[in-house]
Design a protein around this ligand. Sequence first.
Ligand code: AMP
Length: 568
Amino acid sequence: MSETETTENIGFADLGLRPELLDALTELGYEEPTPIQRESIPRLLEGRDLLGQAATGTGKTAAFALPILERVMDSDRTAPTALVLVPTRELAMQVSEAVHRYGRAAGARVLPIYGGQPIGRQLDALRRGVDVVIATPGRALDHLKRRTLPLQSIQMVVLDEADEMLDMGFAEDIESILQATPEDRQTVLFSATMPGRINGIAKRHLTDPVRIEIAKATADSATAPLVRQTAYIVSRAHKAAALGRILDVESPAAAIVFCRTRHEVDSLAETLNGRGYRAEGLHGGMSQEQRDRVMGRLRGQTAELLVATDVAARGLDVDHLTHVVNYDVPSAPEAYVHRIGRVGRAGREGIAITLAEPREQRLLKNIERVTGSPISIEKVPTVEDLRNRRMELTMATLRETLQSDDLDRFRTVVESLSEDSDLFQIALAAVKLAHEATVGSEDIEEIPEVASRPSRNAKDSTKRGPHAKKGSPSQKGSRRSEGSAGMTRLYFGAGRATGIRPKDLVGAIANETKLSGKDIGSIEIQDRFSLVEVPESAVDEVLWAMKRTTLKGKKTKVRRERFDSPSD
Ligand code: AMP
């Protein structure tokens, strides 16, 4: 495609990294460097200091981790070669994992050091030997004071999320730590914002740094006016489920879902297929023949979702796309603009959906600022929303069917059913069948809502939505205490959803036991179960009888109501 910029053709292999590291990246499914990696890695390998303005999600971790690993492999590895300072324990763990992943083949030993973790374990690891230390400033300083963190061989120091570290009051700790490292070290500072205080640190501790700013506004980055842009904030663990839910509600005719890595493409395509979508994966690891097949299915509309990496989707033109989905926030606004430019063409409205993890909200803001068009943050549809939407679809389908002129052939069915059921009931049963045939499997897991403005330290909030508590044990427990004297409440595993009415329950019990209708107490019918009061003295008889009979033609589980899980 003509939009392809020349810099985009620069691959990891062009950055000067050694084969062990390149293999690790291939293994991880990375197809090409992000802009910040493209700009930082060669300069860092030259030994330059670096001052980078970049937020989480831009790929900045690999931008400093890969050059660190190059250094580690060149060193004698008797003491730590690199020190990365990060603001939070969560980030210390995350960065450690990343460095470990990139450096596994290189045999790099990585240690996160943060407060709250038993110091003994950190001391053991330090004694055994460590190449890269990722620490929060407070705990790093503790170790320095105890002389348990050797810094004499440090060649590279990274201050990651420097603005956050300053906000958290670590300025002095950082100064002390930097002073304890060799003067000829290489220093890298990444910060999402560049307030004066950051420039102060940079002036004092960086030598002639390369300056890199990702997301410079470009004149031609205005987005197509017809694209409705939305975003959802979801934690990593719930992303796939959230996407499924969003797609269910949006019901796109044809969509492209962008992922960062090949692995993500493969696993997401599989998940979406499992959810009933016809999804095809496309990534750079596929042969031309495989790609042609995928594109054929998309163009021929036998597939409705294309899950792809940027590299694979480059040059691809599908004109009936209605939605573009960013499974992750793109690493630079330009990539975002490029991606969403695939919909909203030729005067049709297009929809761009972005899934962002809580930490990536800053990237979203940046994209808004650069493109000058708002992205509206929406809530992931709840189970209730989905049910309503599915009900709407069923209704629409039925309305359409009512218009069709080939209904007559079903007349005899309705007529013969109406001999012993009323027409309204017959209609309900038919709607139920139609509904179940179109909605597929029931999705009943609530996706936790994430606070849209996390605090600095925030872990993903797992606040439950208002719909998650339906049928909670406490509700039922309190009802039980209202039971009548001498009566016991029985749980029947069938309810409104299977068309159960009070008279069905009374009928079944009265027909099969010596009880008559007036012996039976209160009856409560819920969607999926019913509760029926019977005399305590007759409980065993009723349970025994119910094992041998059916309710509305189906075997139904019957037992005493429990406090804990009445709805099973
Ligand atoms: P970071 O901004 O460093 O937190 O990285 C954000 C995410 O992007 C992480 O999940 C990385 O694994 C992923 N990532 C980093 N670089 C690349 C790349 N070149 N290609 C694909 N994914 C990447």
